[in-house]
Design a protein around this ligand. Structure first.
Ligand code: SF4
Ligand code: SF4
Length: 241
């Protein structure tokens, strides 16, 4: 863990420079770009991800005590929460920059201790996603993760925990989202120059802003369409209203 933390801190220094460069670039784009419909979409994507971490975490409603056995194949009560928690180990969408841009620290969080674990805490109040502690689809600092991470449960999690849907249905929905993320990633890779350490929506916004020539029209439309489809799926099935 110590070696991992040191590595993460080194990467953090490098990222700070990239953050500054990207911020300057974003500012230039804001100054130079025209407010087209496409840009409006892009701001919408970023708004979702930036605003959501400020929402209070919600707990799934518990089932009535002594509820009769469910014969529909849905899991219930204690086992439902266990099944919901298992979803997360193969998901990571709320840590990898797809659902969120940032994680806002809460009063009980200790910024210094989190930084010592390798998290790149900014201004003692937040850290950016994709989270550097994410190992594949699992949290590398799980026992010590911030309060927001402990409290957040996406819609799929909540629905499995309440018995509204099966764990299998939620897992299929997560795979669907991951496949759509992979499509967006492949389009970004084909365009080149996208920084994988930035949130996905931000990377798309930057890439789309750079696809300005008539020859870029087809690729721009393809990327914008794929991102729109992904955002719709995330809004409908993962985000909390
Ligand atoms: S998006 Fe939902 S299922 Fe996926 S890791 Fe986060 S809470 Fe778990
Ligand atoms: S600290 Fe863990 S749970 Fe929180 S965003 Fe990072 S990987 Fe996810």
């Amino acid at each position: 863990m110590r070696e991992r933390s040191a590595q993460l801190r080194e990467e953090g220094d490098e990222e700070s420079e990239q953050d500054a460069a990207m911020a300057n670039r974003d500012q230039r784009e804001m100054n130079e770009g025209s407010l087209t419909r496409l840009h409006a979409h892009m701001r919408g994507w970023r708004g979702w991800t930036v605003n959501l971490p400020h929402l209070p975490g919600r707990r799934a409603p518990s089932l009535p005590h002594g509820a009769p056995p469910d014969t529909s194949g849905r899991v219930t009560s204690e086992s439902s929460r266990t099944a919901a928690a298992k979803l997360c180990t193969d998901c990571g969408l709320c840590c990898n920059g797809v659902l969120f841009d940032q994680v806002i620290l809460q009063p009980g969080d200790r910024p210094q201790a989190l930084a010592a674990l390798g998290l790149r805490i900014k201004k003692r109040t937040y850290f950016n996603q994709p989270c550097v502690a994410l190992c594949g689809t699992r949290c590398g600092v799980y026992e010590h993760r911030p309060e927001r991470c402990r409290r957040f449960e996406c819609r799929q999690f909540q629905q499995v925990a309440s018995g509204a849907i099966t764990a299998e249905a939620a897992a299929a929905r997560i795979r669907e989202a991951q496949q759509q993320v992979a499509v967006v990633e492949s389009l970004l890779a084909a365009i080149g120059g996208s920084n994988p350490r930035k949130p996905l929506a931000q990377r798309c916004a930057t890439a789309l802003a750079e696809l300005t020539t008539p020859e870029d029209a087809a690729r721009r439309a393809e990327l914008a369409g794929a991102m729109e489809q992904l955002q719709n799926l995330l809004t409908t099935h993962f985000r909390l209203m």
